[in-house]
Design a binder for this molecule. Structure first.
Ligand SMILES: Nc1nc2c(ncn2[C@@H]2O[C@H](COP(=O)(O)OP(=O)(O)O)[C@@H](O)[C@H]2O)c(=O)[nH]1
Ligand SMILES: [Mg+2]
Length: 328
């Protein structure tokens, strides 16, 4: 498909690595307007082949654990190594415009100013499915703009960790040092998707507690069933101080060797492939529902459900029948 002149200019700017073009392209993919969706789709299709090479790293942790501080320190370290770092946020719970990252920009002062960094707050509101689609597309745009490292941050709420794990190559879980020997009630499902658990705030008076917490998690991780084809020693637990910038080297080394091992064994490609399949299923469902809603009069059926004339199940059946019969 040939692009319009303005889309073509946007694509050129994006490929030249202009952050303004990247911002505008992300705004386009965030729009729910039908004409914008068409343009976004055309833009993404035209980028086929130039995206996909970045290291995509998911990062999660409860509010206050130090995510923003970590991203600032870690991101700056990667930039010093010559990498280009994009930071995206997934925050379906956010109702305030600007979302998770914006209010935190003070904690990312250096990263915000760095020319090799790009920080994008999560758009507010919307169902997790829509947020996931936008974030996946934003990852591709960042890659097209030359970012070789994409950090996707999410707060630890409900399904969002799983959603982020499904769009990234590796997953970092940030935890705080525990007071006693309890494992902070971290959900098993969240621990299972983590590749590297980082006990942050390993400094000052909390240093020893952090090391004990790390050891507790390391033992807990050993109880999990080994993952098929996974690199030796993963998932692993490490300590760090985002504030004092300690332990970040080890985390980066752990991520790089996990990435290298998975690329060598084919696991990286298999994961990406599985993610593409999941994305296809989600896109199919979303597009099918959009067409369905457009072609079927759901309001009448809703009323019949509301006044008890039809059961929800019978109403749904009637709706699908009306759709497949092509009647409105
Ligand atoms: N002592 C210590 N405090 C930290 C560390 N990392 C973050 N903090 C502090 O923890 C608080 C919350 O940090 P923030 O990065 O905003 O956490 P977020 O809510 O997960 O993004 C701030 O007061 C930080 O200064 C660390 O490594 N050590
Ligand atoms: Mg934060």
């Amino acid at each position: 498909m040939s692009l319009s002149a303005s889309l073509s200019a946007l694509r050129d700017g994006l490929l030249a690595g202009e952050r303004r073009a990247l911002s505008r392209a992300i705004t386009l993919i965030e729009s729910t307007r039908t004409d914008h969706r068409k343009q976004a789709s055309a833009l993404l299709s035209s980028l086929g082949g130039v995206t996909g090479d970045a290291m995509r790293i998911g990062l999660s942790g409860t509010p206050g654990v130090g995510k923003s501080t970590f991203i600032e320190s870690f991101g700056m370290q990667l930039i010093d190594e010559g990498r280009k770092v994009a930071v995206l946020a997934v925050d379906p719970s956010s109702t305030i415009a600007g979302g998770a990252i914006l209010g935190d920009k003070t904690r990312m002062e250096r990263l915000v100013r760095a020319s090799d960094a790009f920080i994008r707050p999560s758009p507010s509101g919307g169902a997790l499915g829509g947020v996931a689609r936008r974030t996946r597309e934003a990852i591709l745009l960042c890659e097209a703009a030359g970012f070789d490292t994409v950090l996707v941050e999410t707060v630890g709420v409900g399904q969002s960790e799983t959603t982020v794990a499904q769009m990234t190559d590796m997953f970092l879980l940030l935890l705080a040092p525990a007071g006693g020997d309890e494992l902070q009630g971290v959900k098993r499902g969240v621990m299972e998707i983590a590749d590297v658990i980082v006990v942050n705030k390993a400094d000052g008076a909390m240093k020893d507690a952090a090391e004990r917490t790390r050891a507790d998690y390391a033992s807990a991780l050993r109880l999990f069933r080994p993952r098929d084809g996974e690199a030796e020693g993963y998932p692993m637990a490490l300590t760090a101080s985002a504030l004092e910038e300690n332990g970040l080297d080890d985390i980066w080394r752990a991520l790089k060797s996990l990435d290298a091992a998975r690329r060598a064994s084919g696991l990286h490609a298999r994961r990406r492939n599985g993610q593409a399949q999941q994305w296809f299923d989600a896109a199919l469902e979303a597009q099918l529902m959009a067409v369905f809603r457009e072609k079927t009069d759901l309001e009448d059926l809703r009323l019949l459900v509301a006044d008890g004339t039809l059961t929800p199940d019978a109403a749904a059946e009637r709706g699908v029948l009306a759709f497949t019969n092509g009647t409105k």
